[in-house]
Ligand binder design. Structure first.
Ligand SMILES: NC(=O)C1=CN([C@@H]2O[C@H](COP(=O)(O)OP(=O)(O)OC[C@H]3O[C@@H](n4cnc5c(N)ncnc54)[C@H](O)[C@@H]3O)[C@@H](O)[C@H]2O)C=CC1
Ligand SMILES: N[C@@H](CC=O)C(=O)O
Ligand code: NA
Length: 438
């Protein structure tokens, strides 16, 4: 254990975020010591290779390739390697050695949070992970502390910057999905494996973490219903605009009443957000978390959800908090999942829908489609019809139908869509999108 004036800090990983954390720890050492009430002494930086080029030149004497040995000589371990292993084992070893942990690892917290929190609680250690959701934006601490006395009803969040960038390029600059993805990749927005972003996995991990903190309940990332943005087209963006909305990939954590009472719904999908909703104005690669709480009402947290230096801000905030606890003493905050709220299946969730169909353009088709919807209990609010290109094989005239429904249950809408798909006059179900934030 260090003396009372020095806190030994070990950094694991010196990539985009880690190298910026090292820089600020060294350059702002005096200022951070004043704020923390203790000197934050960077005792080592674990890297994969000693010779790699880094965003900031870390003094060579701090570098080591032996992360396991490094965690044994630290009071706080900052894990910025990413992925599940060896990050999980190193964190468990750090906690077992009595160290506090700061991490930005959403994949690990979403998949193994309870295991890590239990290990930390057993020894009174602290695991903080503000950087894991919405990067620099302070959102986990507000949920855990500032809103601890309130009741959160719903969170609608844009927590994946690259998909927001892609959808925004398509909406405001007329890019195709392909062009927008290419630009996002060139600008370094997309993960090395773009499917993590585009198919909604990254957002689902963040939704699980948000739901856990908002509702004090265990929410595994696999329980989050997930649809990505890969199939979104310019046509859907136009249909959204015609309905006064914009398409955003949302991570949603909501208290809902299902068939057996109150529970939690977590879901990630591209949704139609009314143009006047604050989330509709979140452009480019930015993130925003819109929280609806019983007493506080609506709150929005907005800013940079990614970026090395921006994310370092959240990591250092957690580090200073951990340091203050060392000065003041006392155990770390526990992460107990105190509420036993069930997870409500997507089929029991209700929304308004926009269903776009290509149909044969002949008399009676619209009435047949309205009949199928009515039979499933899905009530039609609006229908917009426009001419579509004739069917390639038969040459038959086709029309586009964009149907807006009244609030309906997901399972009823999915049954309807299946019935529509097998109807002889329906050429294709182009898209089924939900309205959110109304
Ligand atoms: N970059 C960003 O904007 C954000 C990143 N995060 C999270 O922060 C963490 C770090 O992200 P980045 O810095 O972007 O990743 P990165 O890929 O730039 O850096 C990770 C570094 O860890 C090193 N590494 C891998 N295995 C190692 C090992 N066994 N020992 C020592 N070093 C090892 C890699 O060589 C690499 O330099 C991840 O969990 C990520 O999800 C969270 C929010 C935003
Ligand atoms: N790939 C992520 C990076 C931050 O978590 C994103 O696009 O937001
Ligand atoms: Na954050």
């Amino acid at each position: 254990m260090s003396d009372l004036r020095t806190l030994r800090v070990a950094l694991l990983g010196a990539g985009s975020v880690g190298s910026q954390v090292a820089r600020i720890l060294i350059e702002d050492r005096a200022e951070l010591a004043a704020r923390a009430g203790i000197t934050l002494d960077l005792v080592g930086v674990a890297v994969r290779s000693l010779d790699s080029a880094r965003d900031w030149d870390i003094p060579a004497e701090l570098l080591t390739t032996d992360a396991t040995a490094l965690v044994q000589r630290a009071d706080v371990v900052i894990e910025l390697i990413g992925g599940i292993e060896p990050a999980r084992t190193l964190i468990l070893e750090a906690v077992a050695a009595g160290a506090d942990v700061v991490t930005g690892n959403k994949a690990l917290i979403a998949a193994h949070g309870p295991e890590l929190f239990d290990a930390a609680a057993r020894v009174g250690a602290l695991i903080s992970y503000e950087a894991a959701v919405a990067g620099a934006i302070p959102i986990l601490r507000p949920l855990r502390e500032s809103l601890a006395g309130d009741k959160i009803n719903r969170i609608l969040a844009i927590v994946n910057g690259s998909t927001n960038f892609i959808l925004d390029r398509m909406d405001r600059f007329g890019d195709t999905m392909e062009q927008a993805q290419k630009t996002a990749f060139e600008l370094g927005f997309l993960e090395a494996d773009p499917t993590l972003d585009v198919d909604g996995y990254d957002a689902a991990q963040k939704a699980a973490i948000l739901a856990r903190l908002a509702f004090h309940a265990d929410v595994p990332a696999e329980a989050v219903y997930r649809e990505g943005i890969a199939d979104i087209t310019a046509e859907q963006i136009r249909d959204a605009a015609a309905a006064g909305a914009t398409i955003k990939l949302l991570a949603i954590a909501e208290r809902v009443t299902g068939e057996h009472g109150e529970g939690i719904s977590t879901r990630v999908y591209p949704a139609l957000i009314p143009k006047e909703h604050p989330l509709a104005s979140v452009h480019g690669g930015n993130n925003a978390v819109f929280v609806e709480a019983a007493a506080a009402g609506p709150l929005m947290f907005y800013g940079a959800g990614a970026g090395g230096v921006q994310t370092a801000s959240a990591v250092l905030g957690d580090l200073v908090s951990a340091a203050r606890r060392h000065v003041a003493g006392g155990p770390g905050l526990t992460e107990g999942a105190t509420a036993k709220l069930p997870l409500i299946p997507i089929g029991e969730v209700s929304a308004r829908y926009q269903i776009a169909l290509r149909v044969s353009d002949r008399p009676g088709v619209l009435a047949q489609i309205a009949g199928i919807l009515a039979e499933a209990g899905v009530s039609v609010e609006t229908v917009v019809q426009s001419a579509a290109e004739a069917d390639e094989v038969s040459g038959e005239h086709a029309a586009m139908l964009v149907i807006g429904t009244h609030t309906s249950r997901e399972d009823a809408v999915q049954n309807t869509v299946n019935a529509l798909r097998s109807h002889e006059a329906v050429r294709a179900v182009i898209s089924v999108l939900r309205f959110e934030g109304e």
